[in-house]
Design a protein around this ligand. Structure first.
Ligand SMILES: O=C(O)CCC(=O)C(=O)O
Ligand SMILES: [Fe+2]
Length: 338
């Protein structure tokens, strides 16, 4: 799969129209992903689609060495944006968009996180603020955009809030210390719980605060930071399939919830840390994480800022069938509300 995608991306980038396609990433990213896939023979495309779908059906797709990071690499950036304009970044974004297209995921961002940039840098940052401080530290298991609804559901206070992403796409630009990303398989964690704990987690008795990176943006758009109360952290989808939305720091029992709710959360957290598995995202790797059946976190990043510090890109994907008509910000083909 990696070889086919590398070749398709190389074809796009060596064509005289390459600058137009690069410019289109921030206008119509889905079209760009389709354009990369068009470089492949139908048979190859069908083959790698099946391969990619098999992996994501198990919750995780790890493409190793899917693009080159050995030349033209700038210093690591020191903030979420801007992305350095360089060949490895162009290649990385085209690779992610091709994989999104392959899996039928629309590339999406949220206007309330980092001003809706489709790709952001995940890097250590300078400064004293809460986000800068967190940027060098470890992160416990969480799902992204945790306070946003599951697909098919609506936020009770703000109907227009788009669902959280189906997948989180993490791209390795450089990771010289091999800092691991931690992956928690929900099914494995739930196996360590009993039926009572599971049913407590399914009850509408929790408060979920929005992810830190969404605080400012949701406050701007909604008038206050997004938070939901009286909600579940686990949804039984039938056929033994569960979805979760969870964050160690952002989820608590509602005021009126019984002790059993608190106990279930504590046991779930313990189970998550027991089954967490390290995955190293090296330069050139792309990791697509199911944002409902897997939690993700990371080990401590370290204090180095810029230079050759760890540098990932992140973007999100959401199945087109999970996007309600009113979800996009006016005039955008990818920026979801809020
Ligand atoms: O840095 C990482 O490996 C993951 C970061 C992350 O999960 C986040 O910023 O939400
Ligand atoms: Fe995350």
């Amino acid at each position: 799969m990696e070889v086919a995608i590398r070749e398709a991306v190389a074809k796009v980038l060596t064509d005289p129209t390459a600058p137009d396609w690069i410019a289109k990433i921030d206008l119509n990213p889905a079209l760009v992903g389709e354009h990369v896939l068009k470089q492949l023979e139908e048979v190859t495309k069908a083959q790698i689609r099946e391969e990619a779908e098999t992996h994501i059906a198990r919750g995780l797709l790890h493409l190793k060495n899917a693009f080159a990071t050995d030349t033209e690499m700038p210093d690591s950036p020191t903030d979420f944006v801007p992305l350095p304009a360089c060949r490895p970044v162009h290649t990385a974004r085209l690779t992610v968009l091709a994989v999104n297209a392959l899996l039928g995921h629309a590339p999406v961002s949220y206007g309330s996180e980092n001003d809706g940039h489709l790709f952001v840098n995940l890097v250590a940052m300078r400064g004293e603020g809460r986000i800068a401080e967190k940027s060098t530290k470890s992160m416990r298991g969480h799902t992204d955009a945790v306070s946003f609804p599951f697909p098919g559901q609506r936020d009770t206070a703000y109907q227009r809030i788009a669902p959280s992403p189906d997948v989180v796409c993490l791209v390795g630009m450089r990771n010289p210390q091999s800092v691991p990303t931690m992956i928690i398989n929900l099914d494995e964690a739930l196996e360590l719980l009993n039926a009572t704990d599971i049913s407590e987690l399914e009850k509408l008795q929790f408060i979920i605060k929005c992810q830190g990176t969404f605080r400012e943006g949701t406050a701007r758009e909604l008038g206050k930071e997004h938070q939901i109360d009286g909600v579940n952290v686990l949804a039984n989808r039938g056929g033994g399939v569960y979805w979760t939305r969870f964050s160690h720091s952002g989820v608590a029992p509602s005021f009126s919830a019984p002790d059993a709710a608190e106990n279930a959360i504590a046991k779930f957290e313990k189970a998550c840390s027991k089954v967490a598995q390290p995955v190293i995202i090296d330069g050139g790797d792309v990791l697509i994480i199911d944002n409902r059946r897997m939690l993700h976190g990371r080990s401590e990043v370290g204090k180095e800022v810029g230079g050759r510090a760890r540098w990932l890109l992140r973007s999100y994907g959401l199945s087109a069938t999970h996007i309600p008509n009113d979800s996009f910000h006016d005039g955008s083909l990818f920026k979801l509300w809020p």
